[in-house]
Structures are given as C-alpha cells and as structure tokens.
Design a protein around this ligand. Structure first.
Ligand SMILES: [Zn+2]
Length: 227
C-alpha cells in the first residue's frame, strides 16, 4: 500500500531534479567549465589499482569532470593491468607507489631499487607509460630512497593536505580537507575508502566554488599545474 505513492513521489522528484539540473547546467555551463580555473590542485589516489574499487572511482571522477594522479602499487599493476589501462583511458596520470608498500626507510638501497624498478616495469607493461612521479608509502623517505628516485628520473611527491581517508575520515571531513587546498597544492587520498568515493561529487563542487580545477602534477616542480 505504501509502495505506490512513494514510487510516484520518487518519480516526480527525479523528474524535477532532472529538469532543474538541465536548466542549471545550461545557465552555468560557461562560467563553471570554461572561465573558472583560477588555479589547479593535484588530487591523488594511492594503493590501487584493484578490481573492486578502481572502476567505480574512475566512473565517479569522469562523471564529475575530475582528473587525478593514481599512485599505483607495482604488485597491483601486475595483477590488474586492465585497470591501469582504464585509468589512462579515463584521463588519469599514473605514478609509482612502490611494489609491495613497505616502509622504504627500513630497507637497503638494493631493496628500495627493486621496489621502484619493478613497479616502473609493471606499470609500463600494463600500458600505463613510464611514471615520472613517485610517492613513498606513508610519505617516509630518506637519502637512500631519494638516490633511487633520482636514478629512475622520478620526482618525489608527498602532499600538502592529508584527507585522513585512510584513517576513517567521514565524507564531510574529506570534502573539508579538499576545501583547504590552494593553487598548486596536492591532497592525499586513497582508492579504497567508501567515504572517498562518496565524496567525489562534493569534491568537484567544492573546487568549482573556489575557482580551482583538477590538474596534473608537474615532474619538474612537483606542483599541480594545468593538464
Ligand atoms: Zn599507500
């Protein structure tokens, strides 16, 4: 007995939303998408790719007009090469996040070299190109790590803002973290938290309201720049 009126109301709401969305997007189309990039920020998603999370994240990013840098683990690039290609096809940039996500500062130079070089090979073999960006797991680095990065022509990228999505941050908190970004800055996120996926539409809205667009990370400067 309740189903019919509720589905009717839902249908009306959907129709009203669709109509409003059509009108709004027509009115806002030029300022929202053409003239509003007063600066660029680097959205980054670590720890992929995966069969479970990558497809939904890429869909959400595409639907909201966002591009991002995906810091992939080599072991997962090797296991899910189709998802590496899907990232490229969705307009994302791919960085190296080590092969097995160890604490690199506890490893020998030969071990660090293996973590970095095997990941370069796995991403390239999957069709992701040869990365120019490297994010050490946990942001932990030292002279040994930096020597290996230099050997492979990699720019080390940490972050300006940590979304804390890995630590159970709410969707509200993730959106608030994005709102703290200024031109050129980079935010740490991950491809696996459900709250991160849920935050994507509001991340796009927040950036647009600040006149910021999602950019690529320059290997020359380590800052976010125009794609
Ligand atoms: Zn990580």
């Amino acid at each position: 007995m309740r189903a019919a009126p509720r589905s009717l109301l839902t249908g009306l709401a959907v129709a009203a939303t669709a109509l409003a969305g059509t009108v709004t997007s027509t009115v806002d189309a030029v300022p929202a998408h053409a003239a509003a990039c007063n600066g660029y920020v680097g959205l980054t998603f670590d720890d992929g790719p995966s069969g479970d999370h990558t497809p939904a994240l890429l869909n959400a990013l595409r639907q909201n007009g966002l591009r991002a840098t995906m810091f992939n683990e080599g072991q997962f690039a090797a296991a899910y090469p189709a998802q590496v290609r899907a990232e490229v096809n969705a307009g994302m940039w791919i960085g190296n996040h080590s092969y097995t996500h160890p604490h690199l500062t506890q490893l020998s130079q030969a071990q660090v070299d293996s973590e970095v070089s095997r990941t370069q090979q796995a991403i390239a073999a999957a069709g992701g190109g040869t990365p120019q960006l490297f994010r050490p797991p946990y942001g932990e680095t030292n002279a040994t790590v930096q020597a290996v990065e230099s050997k492979y022509g990699l720019r080390q990228i940490i972050w300006d803002v940590d979304s804390q999505d890995w630590n159970g941050a709410s969707t509200d908190a993730i959106v608030q973290a994005v709102s703290r970004l200024s031109n050129g800055q980079i935010i740490l996120m991950h491809e696996w938290p459900a709250n991160t996926l849920a935050a994507i539409p509001r991340i796009a809205q927040t950036l647009a309201s600040k006149g910021l667009c999602a950019g690529r990370i320059s290997p020359q400067t380590g800052r976010a720049v125009a794609p």
